[in-house]
Design a protein around this ligand. Sequence first.
Ligand code: TIU
Length: 225
Amino acid sequence: MNIMAEIPSALPFAFAFDPATTALIVIDMQRDFIEPGGFGASLGNDVSLLQAIVPTTARLIKTCRDHGLPIIHTRECHKPDLSDLPPAKRNRGNPSLLIGDPGPMGRILIAGEPGADIIPELAPLDTELVVDKPGKGAFYTTQLGEHLAQLGTKTLILAGVTTEVCVQTTMREANDRGFDCLLIEDATESYFPAFKTATLDMIRAQGAIVGWTATSAAFAEALHD
Ligand code: TIU
């Protein structure tokens, strides 16, 4: 079966996809990035910017669940012994609160700590894969590629935070691996609005050099939601 859906308003041009081989990947919607007291706030960022996309992302997840699309959630986090945290990553950011240090939501960006959890509004279902990743990209040192191969996924719908860091890195990794990628504009956000705008522009430049962008409403419409 090869039933194509289309988003005429996608940029830089119409985006066609087969829902049967399409999956949603929601990047790093974790308390550490979205709630006060976490990693994002420790870096000096205003987390309320990211909170604004939670309702849209929840609707996007519901749309995909309703249409039976596989959903994958990622979490940026490290092992408690920090064996997967290179010094080059640890020694960045806020020198007084580094990854692995104790913070208000437990140790910063450490697996199993409250801050590393996905926010309750977007909690994964038991049937949905959660990928813990030590890097910015979701493919690096994870089983994501193998999982998508088993599913037969050809198209990835991307959402999450932050647009120019983990979302863009994952989208570039996926693009190089042969996936057609669509980033949902109103279900991704940056601490820096200008960086979000620039990322959307660079993704769709040069004839979709990295992929496409579209609104969540246009995506839902393509699925006849
Ligand atoms: N700091 C920042 O913008 N992002 C990250 O550190 N990780 C993710 O994007 N998930």
